[in-house]
Ligand binder design. Structure first.
Ligand SMILES: *Cc1c(COP(=O)(O)O)cnc(C)c1O
Length: 428
């Protein structure tokens, strides 16, 4: 029987689509949490990605290496700790569309944001401002306010916040570019997300960068919800820097080592930076001289020797992304999220409004779903889903976020979600 002849909202169609999925086997590489003896339908990869099966052994291997070699572990074995951050570099660069020297895995996201603002937010009296979006993630907002104050400016004057201009709280491209042009002469730094965490809207990094550069602004992106989700081409986007975390779509575990991108044109910049010994030129680092000489490229922003036990999961995870491939992941992601959206509009449009843009170019895999009716009904729906082994997340006051990720989600998961919503509606 060919899937073509079946109703797309039937279980048979979903199972046939999953059987035809070229990436289907990747699901077996992950631990799927259980609910009453069955796999949960996990839609929270946007918040904490699932654990790859190979990660366990990779961490144990480093503990064993430590037990056996102690300090010599820095130099011995297949993966000597001294160079460990370099073992993730090529895969990381390929994933975000960068040159190897443009990326580094280090620290955590908010720390990297501060470190790169130290170099790339250089306000002056004529050009003191940072332009962000009004519903920026709180940590980003705290960080930019803190930087503005640190330089002796007042956020009331120097923080410009873009207001959503579309009905569901998204920003039109025209409004973003207009704001950059209107305020540009006063703006030192434009800092926007790759994917907005509440609405799931994806931004056009290249066009924002072009417009902001034409105004003389520096451009940085927070890719927390974009890395491992969108097909990124950071080098070609031309942006000056970017930062991201690795516990969301990158499946590298709670508090995982984050990442940073610094465009090649800044590889040997003389901008100020907060220096540490691991950012020092590798060839002379252990002469232990008093003069800081940065390693060219993103590596030069490192402070400390890297946490090996935390980098091992990132190495495993990036290797999975490499094997899956950018194009197959993009194709599956587009199909799967399109399927979930279609099911919602066909079956439960009276319960849920899709807030995320319908245009595939303007989103990744996450759909933000506004629950119609009073707030309590949204909460009860969310709790009903939890009781039925469907893991989504809840954002006040009325949004459920569901991210079918192409590495481990299936069409049947999407169908289970929508059927559970329909069941809740019919029972209430
Ligand atoms: C998840 C997320 C963070 C979290 O910051 P950490 O430093 O990793 O705790 C910050 N900003 C954005 C936009 C996020 O989505």
């Amino acid at each position: 029987m060919s899937a073509r002849h079946l109703d797309r909202s039937s279980e048979e169609w979903a199972l046939a689509a999953d059987a035809a999925d070229p990436l289907a086997d990747f699901r077996n590489e992950f631990h799927i949490p259980q609910h009453e003896g069955n796999d949960v339908a996990y839609f929270c990869g946007n918040s904490l990605g699932l654990l790859p099966r190979a990660t366990h052994q990779a961490v144990i291997d480093e503990l064993d290496h430590w037990a056996r070699h102690a300090v010599e572990g820095h130099f011995n074995g297949k993966l000597p700790w001294m160079d460990y951050h370099e073992f993730v570099r090529d895969d990381l660069a390929a994933l975000v569309g960068a040159q190897p020297g443009e990326v580094v895995a280090m620290n955590s996201l908010s720390v990297n944001l501060h470190l790169l603002m130290v170099s790339f937010y250089r306000p002056s009296a004529e050009r003191p401002a940072i332009l962000i979006e009004k519903s920026a993630f709180p940590s980003d907002r705290y960080a930019v306010e803190a930087q503005i104050r640190f330089h002796g400016f007042d956020p009331d004057q120097a923080l410009i916040e873009l207001e959503a201009d579309e009905a569901d709280g998204t920003l039109s491209e025209a409004a973003i570019l207009r704001a950059i042009e209107a305020h540009g002469a006063r703006v030192a730094l434009v800092l926007l997300p790759g994917v907005q965490y509440l609405t799931g809207q994806a931004m056009d990094l290249a066009s924002i960068t072009r417009t902001a550069h034409a105004q003389g602004c520096v451009v940085g992106f927070d890719l927390a919800h974009a890395v491992g989700n969108l097909t990124l081409d950071l080098h070609d986007s031309g942006c000056d820097f970017a930062v991201w975390c690795s516990y969301k779509y990158l499946n590298s575990g709670p508090g995982a080592v984050a990442g940073a991108f610094v465009h090649e044109r800044h590889a040997t910049t003389t901008r100020p930076r907060f220096a540490g010994w691991w950012g020092h030129d590798k060839s002379t680092r252990f002469r232990m001289g008093p003069q800081f000489q940065p390693t060219p490229g993103a590596d030069g922003w490192q402070l400390s020797n890297p946490p090996i036990l935390a980098l091992a999961p990132l190495r495993v995870s990036l290797e999975i992304f490499r094997r899956a491939g950018r194009k197959p992941l993009h194709e599956k992601s587009t199909a799967l999220t399109g399927y979930l959206e279609w099911l919602i509009t066909q079956r439960v449009a009276d319960v849920l409004t899709v807030v995320t843009p319908t245009d595939r170019e303007r989103r990744g895999c996450q759909l933000s779903l506004r629950v119609k009716g009073p707030r309590e009904s949204g909460r009860t729906l969310f709790e009903h889903l939890q009781r039925n082994g469907i893991v989504v997340d809840w954002r006040e006051p009325d949004v459920i976020r569901a991210a079918p990720t192409p590495l481990y989600n299936r069409h049947i998961d999407c169908l289970r979600l929508v059927e559970a919503v329909a069941q809740w509606r019919d029972a209430s």
